[in-house]
Design a protein around this ligand. Structure first.
Ligand code: GLP
Length: 240
């Protein structure tokens, strides 16, 4: 793993530059995308670069990590809504090539073919990840098997509490999600992870210094051949 420490604006710009470099080198790149507040500035940088003509997404395909079970894609807390609102609606991407797991309807069927669908596009070239305060990546909570593919996850109390800040009330936070598994994520050719704030400090310490264990899902990244961790000083504060 490589490590980059900087302020949020700087690390967001550096990650956006990685995406731009990737897409300019391979216009039909397959991008793995994440939701949450962590990647927001990365996406804002990509929108800006697209509007300035520095990159085009017209031949790109995307696969998102996860989705809440029970939320329609039109729900303002669904991850499909998030992606449209923060990225897809503002760039020249072909929306039919944007894949987000479903949380309603035939979501199980869609989930079961997700890893094959990714493989049929040639696999993910560049994957961005956030991280949960308990070390989860996507919705792979502590205890998730390292060899997991896309599956249904029960959210932990800590994740429900963390994510409740985005809902009107904690009772509205779904308790289940559909998520790419840890093996699905490790299949990406290149991974960048972004973490900011003190709330992420323990997870980053465990990721960088801790043992590789299913109790800390992000620790699997220690084995990835091309993974860079981007953190701010607060997220890095327990490492030094
Ligand atoms: C959710 C998402 C994760 C994300 C995490 C952290 O649980 N499923 O993909 O990394 O939240 O979110 P944030 O970036 O808002 O702290």
């Amino acid at each position: 793993m490589k490590l980059v420490v900087g302020n949020e604006d700087m690390i967001s710009r550096l990650i956006a530059d990685e995406f731009i470099k990737q897409v300019n080198a391979k216009p039909n790149s397959v991008l793995g995308l994440a939701t949450g507040t962590s990647p927001l500035k990365v996406y804002a940088n990509l929108v800006k670069a697209n509007k300035e003509g520095k990159v085009t997404f017209k031949d790109v395909a995307t696969f998102n990590l996860d989705e809440y079970v029970g939320l329609e894609g039109t729900h303002n807390q669904s991850y499909r809504y998030f992606m449209n609102d923060n990225l897809f609606d503002h760039i020249d991407i072909d929306k039919s090539k944007t894949h987000v797991l479903k949380g309603v309807g035939n979501y199980i069927e869609y989930m079961n073919q997700y890893d094959d669908e990714i493989a049929s596009f040639g696999g993910i070239d560049l994957q961005i990840l956030g991280i949960g305060s308990d070390g989860h990546i996507a919705f792979n909570e502590p205890g998730t098997p390292f060899d997991s593919l896309t599956h249904i996850a029960e959210l932990t109390e800590s994740t429900i509490r963390d994510n409740s800040r985005l809902f009107n009330d904690i009772s509205e936070v779904p308790t289940k999600a559909v998520t790419m598994g840890l093996k699905s994520i490790m299949n990406a050719k290149k991974i960048v992870l972004i973490a900011t704030g003190k709330n992420k400090a323990k997870a980053i310490r465990d990721l960088l210094l801790g043992p590789k264990t299913e109790d800390v899902p992000c620790s699997i990244l220690q084995d990835h051949p091309d993974c860079t961790i981007y953190v701010d000083e607060d997220a890095y504060s327990l490492v030094k």
